[in-house]
Design a binder for this molecule. Structure first.
Ligand code: UDX
Length: 472
C-alpha cells in the first residue's frame, strides 16, 4: 500500500556541527509535520558514529538513520586543499551510494534536503522527480553572503580582499573586512573560490532553502533574501527560517561536572568551550588558564594546544603532582579546586548550558553553540576561530548586543589574561546587565518560533504542504 506521508531524504555532511542540526530537523519533520524521514550521514568523522547521538531515535517508524561509509579523499585532493574542498569531495564521492539507495526505495521519496556541502546531490532529486531543498546550518546572513558570492567574486578579490573594504551584500548589514569568511583569505586552495561560488548558485536554484534561524532574529536579512530589489533577484528558492533547531536536553545524566554545577549559586559559572574541534595555541591556552583563574567560577572544556609539544597531547603527561596536564600552568588543578572544573576534550554541552548555575558562555561562536546559548538565555564572550564564526561574533556583540568581544581577533594575536578576566566579569554581572536581559528576550522569541503557530513551525508546515502536493 502506498504510504500517505511525504518522505524526506536528508543528506548530512560530516562533522558534529552539521550532523546535529540535520538530526534535529529530521526529528521535527517526523514528530510534528507528518513526514517519514531518512537521514543519510557521510561518516568521515568517527565522532559521529561513536556518539550516543547516533542511536536509533525515539520515533523509529518515522526516522531512519543510514550511515554512508567513510571516504578517503587524500588521493583525490592535493595536500593544501581546504576543509571546504575536502568536504565537498567527500560528499561527491558518496553520491552513487545515495542514488542507489533512493532508487531501491519502494516508493519514490518526496523531497531531498541536502547540507550546503552536498548541493551536487540535488541532481539526484531531479532524476527522481523529488523536490529540492538545501539546509543551511548557520544564519540567514551567512546564506546571503553565500548566494551573493558568485556575483561579487571578482570584486571581492580586488576591493574586499586586497583593499580591505567592508563587504556589502544588498539589503544586509555590511561585513567588516576582518569579519568575513576565512575562505576569502585562503590563498592555498585554487578550487575554493570557484567551489564556493558554485555552491552559492546551486543553493539559489533549489525549490527551498531551510535556515537554522528564526524570523524575529534576522528580520531584515530574511526580507532582503525575498525582496527582488536586493537578493530576491538571485534567489529563486523560497527561504524558510526553521530554527532554532538544537538538541533538547536529555535526562540529566550523573557526572562529576553536573554534580559540581548543582552545588554552585544561580548563574555564577561561565562555561568555556570551542565547539567540536576548536583548539588554541599553546600560549593562548596558558593565558586563558590564567585569565579564568583570575575571574569567575568556570567549567572549561580543554583541548591540547595545536602547536604544543607533541608529548603534551597525552593527558597523562603532567607537570605537577595534582594531575594538571603539561600544557596548563603548573599546579592549575590545585589552585582552581574550589572555583573551576576542567573537562578534557568533550562535555555534555546542552545539559551544561541548561543548568541553572550557568550564567555565561565563552564560545568560539559555532552556530549550534550560539543557538544553544540563546535558547538557554545565556550571554556570551565571543571568541571566533574559523569559518563564519567572525560573522556570528559580530552579530552577537554589535547587532543583538548579547555578547562581549575581545579587542583583537583571537587569531591575530594572544588575548591576555587581564582582558579575559575583564570580559568574563562584564558578561557575568547579574544586576543591570543589558546583555542578560536581551538574551532572555531572545530565549522567549526562540521558544515562540518553534511552538505550534510560531514562525518556524509555520515554515515547516509550508514545506510539509508543498511536499504533500508532490506525493505520487
Ligand atoms: C562549525 C561552524 O563553525 C558552525 O558555525 C557551523 O554552523 C557548523 O560547523 P562547530 O565547530 O562544530 O561548527 O561548532 P558548533 O556549530 O557550535 O557545533 C558544535 C556542537 O557540538 C554543538 O551542538 C555542541 O553542543 C556540541 N559539543 C561541542 C558538545 O556537545 N560538547 C563539546 O564538548 C563540544
Amino acid at each position: 500500500m502506498q504510504n500517505p506521508n511525504p518522505h524526506a531524504v536528508l543528506l548530512a555532511s560530516p562533522g558534529m556541527g552539521h550532523f546535529i542540526p540535520a538530526l534535529e530537523l529530521g526529528k521535527h519533520l517526523a514528530t510534528h509535520h507528518g513526514f517519514d524521514v531518512t537521514i543519510f550521514v557521510v561518516a568521515a568523522d568517527a565522532s559521529i558514529t561513536e556518539s550516543p547521538l547516533f542511536k536509533p531515535p525515539q520515533t523509529p517508524n518515522l526516522l531512519n538513520l543510514v550511515l554512508l561509509p567513510p571516504v578517503d579523499v587524500s588521493a583525490l585532493v592535493n595536500s593544501t586543499a581546504s576543509v571546504v574542498t575536502r568536504l565537498v569531495i567527500m560528499m561527491r564521492e558518496a553520491l552513487p551510494l545515495l542514488q542507489a539507495a533512493i532508487s531501491s526505495m519502494k516508493s519514490r521519496p518526496t523531497a531531498l534536503i541536502v547540507d550546503m556541502f552536498g548541493t551536487e546531490a540535488l541532481a539526484i532529486a531531479e532524476e527522481f522527480d523529488m523536490l529540492k531543498y538545501v539546509f543551511i546550518t548557520s544564519t540567514a546572513w551567512f546564506l546571503a553572503v553565500t548566494v551573493h558570492f558568485p556575483y561579487i567574486d571578482e570584486e571581492a578579490e580586488h576591493k574586499h580582499r586586497v583593499m580591505k573594504r567592508p563587504l556589502d551584500v544588498p539589503g544586509c548589514r555590511s561585513i567588516r573586512h576582518e569579519d568575513t569568511l576565512d575562505l576569502f583569505f585562503d590563498q592555498t586552495d585554487r578550487n575554493l573560490f570557484s567551489g564556493f561560488a558554485r555552491i552559492g548558485m546551486e543553493i539559489s536554484n533549489a525549490d527551498g532553502i531551510l535556515v537554522n534561524t528564526w524570523q524575529d532574529l534576522e528580520p531584515s536579512t530574511l526580507r532582503a533574501l525575498e525582496n527582488e530589489k536586493f537578493l530576491g533577484r538571485v534567489v529563486k528558492a523560497s527561504v524558510y527560517p526553521v530554527g532554532p533547531l538544537v538538541r533538547p536536553v536529555g535526562q540529566s545524566s550523573k557526572s562529576e561536572v553536573m554534580d559540581w554545577l548543582d552545588m554552585q549559586p544561580m548563574e555564577s559559572v561561565i562555561y568555556v568551550s570551542f565547539g567540536s574541534g576548536g583548539t588554541l595555541s599553546a600560549k593562548q591556552t596558558t593565558e586563558l588558564a590564567w585569565g579564568l583563574e583570575l575571574s569567575q567560577r568556570f567549567v572549561w572544556v580543554v583541548r591540547p594546544p595545536v602547536d604544543g609539544d607533541a608529548s603534551a597531547n597525552f593527558f597523562n603527561v603532567t607537570n605537577s603532582h595534582d594531575g594538571t596536564p603539561s600544557y596548563l600552568p603548573s599546579g592549575f588543578f590545585t589552585r582552581i579546586r574550589n572555583k573551576g572544573m576542567v573537562v578534557l576534550m568533550w562535555a555534555s554541552q546542552t545539559e551544561i548550558l541548561a543548568h541553572k548555575s550557568i550564567g555565561g558562555f565563552l564560545s568560539h561562536c559555532g552556530w549550534n553553540s550560539t543557538l544553544e546559548s540563546m535558547v538557554n538565555g545565556v550571554p556570551m564572550v565571543v571568541w571566533p576561530l574559523y569559518a563564519e564564526q567572525q560573522m556570528n561574533a559580530a552579530m552577537l556583540a554589535e547587532e543583538l548586543k548579547v555578547a562581549v568581544r575581545p579587542k583583537i581577533q583571537p587569531n591575530a594575536g594572544v588575548i591576555e589574561r587581564e582582558e579575559i578576566a575583564g570580559m568574563v566579569r562584564r558578561v557575568m554581572e547579574l544586576k543591570g546587565n543589558e546583555m542578560r536581559d536581551k538574551v532572555k528576550e531572545l530565549q522567549r522569541s526562540a521558544h515562540q518560533a518553534l511552538m505550534q503557530g510560531g514562525s518556524s513551525y509555520n515554515s515547516l508546515e509550508r514545506v510539509s504542504k508543498d511536499c504533500e502536493l508532490n506525493v505520487k
